[in-house]
Design a protein around this ligand. Structure first.
Ligand code: SF4
Length: 75
């Protein structure tokens, strides 16, 4: 089941927990804010679809993001 991931960059406070917990999905971009890695990105770099085996990683990133800028849900 694909997993959709969204970053609300306006909420991001550049804490970088997402890069730590899911480094294959979140990559640093301009201003230090994260972007979705190109292989998973859809509709630009703030939204992506990742395979199921990455669910726990992106969920950990969602849980630890201090500004609740990350949303993860199964489709
Ligand atoms: S964990 Fe949240 S606040 Fe920190 S860089 Fe990632 S999206 Fe931004």
């Amino acid at each position: 089941m694909p997993v959709r991931v969204k970053i609300d960059r306006s909420r991001c406070v550049v804490a970088h927990f997402c890069l730590f917990y899911a480094p294959t999905v979140f990559i640093p971009s301009e201003g230090g804010k994260p972007a979705i890695a190109p292989e998973y990105a859809v509709n630009g770099f703030e939204e992506g679809v990742v395979p199921d085996w990455l669910y726990e990683q992106v969920k950990e990133a969602e849980r630890h993001c201090p500004s609740r800028a990350i949303r993860v849900y199964k489709e």
